[in-house]
Design a protein around this ligand. Structure first.
Ligand code: FES
Length: 97
């Protein structure tokens, strides 16, 4: 195994997990997880934050009833019921603004 420092200090994982239609348990894909991930990526790009924040796709984070779920590292903050209105705050928290 090789180890080296990540070239970005903050990583945000957004759940985009999709369950089959009709599944009794909700999923973040059906609550807009994929769109939120893309919007967050666009905002990072537009604001020139690529060197500070990387946005990743996550599988199920285990809080499906409270989705869309996301988690931010290095602080390990778990976020639930994330909506479009929260994205700017998520970026501000990650950059310390
Ligand atoms: S499907 Fe997103 S947390 Fe479970």
């Amino acid at each position: 195994m090789l180890k080296f420092p990540a070239p970005f200090p903050n990583a945000i994982f957004v759940c985009t997990h999709k369950r089959p239609d009709g599944h009794p348990k909700p999923c973040c894909a059906d609550r807009g997880g994929r769109q939120l991930r893309e919007e967050l990526r666009e905002m990072v790009k537009e604001k020139g934050l690529e060197g500070q924040i990387r946005v990743f796709t996550s599988g199920c984070l285990g809080g499906c009833e409270k989705g869309v779920m996301a988690v931010k590292y290095p602080d390990g903050e778990l976020m639930m019921s994330v909506g479009k209105e929260d994205l700017q705050q998520i970026l501000d928290d990650a950059t310390g603004d």
